[in-house]
Design a binder for this molecule. Structure first.
Ligand code: SF4
Ligand code: SF4
Length: 156
């Protein structure tokens, strides 16, 4: 896992979203209940960074879906051009970016859908899918070389 301590607060990804764990189902919640996303006063929360917010236990930020993945995206900092395509397209807000700089993957919430890999424009891609249990250093060491463009034939 690419550790990003700057984004890790106390309750990020602490509970498991999967069968067998003590989670209340949507059909067990009393109608009209209010489930606050944040602890305490949430004034100005939109302007706070994730690590500065106090997420409540009802917020999916405090749960992890890491066990759902079969494959995971691995990020190669050396090739990335910080275009932010992956950040824009990730359906689970699992690309970590600060000041338009790609930092890595939030593996607590990434579901391994591969969209980020698809939209990455570099050659070779700066994000590639690897087995969930693959080692980061080994994955980076096996990164493909830049693909050369095929020469166009002079004859039309
Ligand atoms: S694999 Fe899917 S969920 Fe995970 S970071 Fe990429 S786009 Fe987001
Ligand atoms: S899409 Fe690729 S090049 Fe662009 S920020 Fe993401 S990893 Fe970097």
């Amino acid at each position: 896992m690419q550790e990003l301590n700057l984004l890790a607060n106390d309750n990020r990804g602490q509970s498991q979203l999967e069968a067998g764990f003590d989670l209340m189902g949507w059909d067990e919640v009393t109608q009209g209940s209010v489930l606050p996303s944040f602890e305490g006063d949430a004034t100005g929360i939109a302007n706070k960074k994730a690590e500065e917010r106090s997420y409540s236990g009802f917020n999916s930020y405090t749960a992890t879906v890491a066990s759902w993945r079969v494959q995971k995206p691995v990020f190669n900092r050396d090739i990335c051009i910080d275009c932010q395509n992956c950040w824009v397209w990730c359906p689970d807000s699992s690309i970590l970016s600060r000041d338009k700089q790609m930092l890595g993957i939030d593996y607590d919430h990434c579901k391994g859908c591969e969209v980020c890999v698809e939209v990455c424009p570099t050659n070779p891609k700066s994000l590639l899918m690897f087995n969930e249990h693959s080692d980061l250093e080994e994955s980076l060491a096996s990164w493909p070389e830049k693909k050369k463009k095929e020469k166009k034939s002079k004859e039309a």
